[in-house]
Design a protein around this ligand. Structure first.
Ligand SMILES: *Cc1c(COP(=O)(O)O)cnc(C)c1O
Length: 399
């Protein structure tokens, strides 16, 4: 009998004890709403914003209800109007084009490269050919493109960048934390991301006007002075009259759970990367399998790993998936005819106008994706990589 992996690809670690204790304090106090504070008290939500701004180096941070909300809030703060074109990745997850559709704007999809980053040549072409004034950049699966080049392209054409850092919280490009290049950056604290509050998101920016708008949008009423990582009251003077309330605040319970996790994040990133490097080494030199080499400039967070099976036909990939699943290894494929679980792609989002991305089609047809939760040990990582390498080999030999 061949070895089988028994762990769960969706099992995250428990919330740290300090988070559980902080949550109990909030529950016992009964003041879960972020603006429900007694004299001299600072809400957990406001403290989380302060911590997160310090962690990323952003001037301002806003805790909100979800990562998707943070993205939508950024698009609204930037003044994206119905019918506006918004550039975004052809390879990303559904909340990204969804946030564009939610403000009745039109996603324009950019090709992906074999490094799984946004194709900067195609981006430059679309910037020149369309009148899009915003790029919603998804650092999909943590792969960061050449951010200096990207900013050059966008700054040169007056295109504002919103960074979707759902997969790069804790990552960096040339030492600059992910999210620090664009006008605004959105992070998610949903269970499967790098901090876990069930649902949640954080938006950052250095721009006082954009952040004042975002805070009003999130549902601050006229209580914005209770924020700490926020622009001064003057920034709200005009904004408060013209910005609608689109409620999406974070509550103190989630913020309390998150603060100890943020303090632990650097250590967790190291643990993810240790798992990642073991799987990567175990997959390297497998005939027919292409590992995605990570550039030196990128500080990764290896919470998931991707690889390509470029020469494999669809039925062979189906075989690899089945054989691996039979041995307990849960691979996802972005090239299937029908989206499964989270594997939808640009041509699945039929509310957007039909677009043709031949390179993305080719690359996604061989793209495999796997989560690496921190409940896995290094031995688990080795076992999983061994199973994948064996099954890719035997599928190649049997057909
Ligand atoms: C999870 C995710 C989001 C949205 O986060 P939610 O908190 O689930 O709304 C956005 N972009 C990407 C790439 C994601 O994976």
């Amino acid at each position: 009998m061949s070895t089988v992996f028994k762990g769960s690809f969706t099992q995250q670690e428990p919330i740290p004890e300090a988070g559980i204790e902080a949550a109990l304090r909030v529950l016992r106090g009964g003041r879960l709403h972020r603006y429900n504070v007694v004299d001299g008290e600072v809400a957990e939500a406001a403290l989380l914003e302060e911590d997160f701004a310090a962690y990323t180096g952003a001037k301002y941070a806003l805790a909100v209800a979800s990562g998707g909300y943070a993205i939508g809030c950024a698009l609204r703060a930037l003044g994206v109007q119905p019918g506006d074109k918004v550039l975004t990745n052809g390879f990303t997850l559904a909340p990204v084009p969804g946030a564009i559709a939610a403000v009745n704007a039109e996603p324009v999809f950019v090709e992906v490269t074999e490094d799984l980053t946004i194709d900067l040549d195609h981006l430059a072409r679309l910037v020149a050919e369309t009148d899009a004034k915003v790029l919603l950049l998804s650092h999909m699966r943590g792969h960061i493109c050449d951010m200096e080049l990207l900013m050059q392209i966008c700054d040169g054409a007056g295109v504002q960048v919103v960074e979707d850092c759902a997969h790069t919280m804790g990552g960096a490009w040339k030492g600059v934390p992910s999210g620090r290049h664009g006008a605004m950056a959105a992070y998610s604290t949903q269970t499967y991301k790098h901090m876990n509050s069930g649902e949640g998101g954080i938006l950052t920016s250095d721009n006082p006007d954009l952040m004042a708008r975002a805070i009003m949008l999130s549902g601050s009423y006229m209580l914005y002075a209770r924020h700490r990582a926020a622009p001064p009251p003057e920034a709200f003077e005009q904004v408060k009259w013209v910005t609608p309330n689109v409620s999406g605040r974070m509550d103190n319970l989630r913020a309390a759970i998150l603060r100890p996790q943020l303090a632990d994040l650097p250590r967790q990133v190291e643990r993810w990367n240790a798992l990642y490097r073991v799987v990567e080494e175990g997959l390297r030199n497998t005939p027919g399998l292409k590992v995605i080499d990570r550039p030196e400039e990128e500080s990764i967070v290896g919470s998931s790993i991707q690889f390509l099976l470029p020469g494999f036909a669809a039925d062979q990939i189906g075989d690899v998936l089945k054989r691996c699943a039979a041995r307990g290894v849960d691979l996802k494929w972005f090239g299937g005819a029908e989206p499964v679980a989270f594997t939808s792609r640009y041509d699945s989002w039929r509310y957007a106008s039909p677009q043709s991305l031949p390179n993305t089609d080719r690359i996604l047809s061989g793209l495999m994706d796997m989560r690496l939760p921190l409940t896995f040990s290094l031995e688990d990582a080795q076992l999983i990589a061994g199973i994948i390498a064996e099954e890719v080999r035997s599928t190649a030999l049997s057909t």
